[in-house]
Design a protein. Structure first.
Length: 216
């Protein structure tokens, strides 16, 4: 039974990295290799007879492109749709997976209003979506511009932290979320959701470290 739990943990970790955090396909082989090394290490040094209670990895976020749009709108506090009509168009394109077209619309919006933090944030999300979850230099620039345009906005650190985590930089993503939580008012409607997501990310980080320790 212990072996089944260990194998299930490895499968769960891969599922979270590949499916939930959407690690790029190019890195899947490296992830599988790392997990196989961990299993081999456990086979050589583990103690199956020792009681344990491994936990399944939990999702850090839910949904896809449509969920990301709703998350951004919730963090901005602008209601179910964006106030800017051009952002409404871009959001509709993102919901249908048309990230490149959405980015084109958003670039036009930013050209007219370079201080539009929500447009910069939406552009960062569109570029990340177009790259299948990979944090590209262009997306990183957009997130940073969004933060510079409105340093108090919660959206930029939240989505940059998410993109970092999905790219395998779990500790960097966690640091951004922790800092965001520290300055989030107790009455903020999205605070409880952030607390839950941070706890899930902490759980994943802990499981990854345990797997690394087993492989050493």
């Amino acid at each position: 039974m212990i072996w089944l739990a260990v194998i299930a943990l490895a499968v769960a970790v891969f599922a979270v990295l590949a499916g939930v955090l959407r690690a790029p396909r190019a890195g899947w082989e490296a992830i599988v290799a790392a997990l196989m090394i961990g299993l081999a290490g456990y086979a050589a040094q583990g103690h199956p007879g020792v009681p344990g209670a491994p936990k399944s990895a939990r999702e850090v976020v839910h949904g896809g492109a449509a969920a990301a749009v709703q998350e951004r709108l919730k963090l901005a506090g602008n209601g179910p749709v964006a106030a800017d009509s051009r952002l409404v168009i871009a959001d509709a394109l993102v919901r249908h997976g048309e990230f490149a077209d959405a980015a084109t619309v958003l670039r036009g919006t930013i050209d007219k209003d370079p201080k539009n933090s929500d447009a910069w944030l939406a552009l960062g999300n569109a570029l990340t979506g177009h790259a299948e979850g990979t944090l590209s230099p262009a997306a990183l620039y957009a997130y940073r511009q969004a933060s510079a345009a409105d340093p108090a906005a919660p959206g930029p650190p939240f989505f940059l932290g998410l993109a970092l985590a999905r790219s395998g930089k779990l500790d960097e993503g966690r640091a951004l979320w922790a800092a965001l939580l520290a300055r989030t008012p107790a009455q903020a409607p999205w605070r409880a959701d952030l607390v839950q997501k941070l706890a899930r990310l902490d759980d994943l980080i802990a499981q990854m470290r345990r797997a690394q320790a087993i492989g050493q």
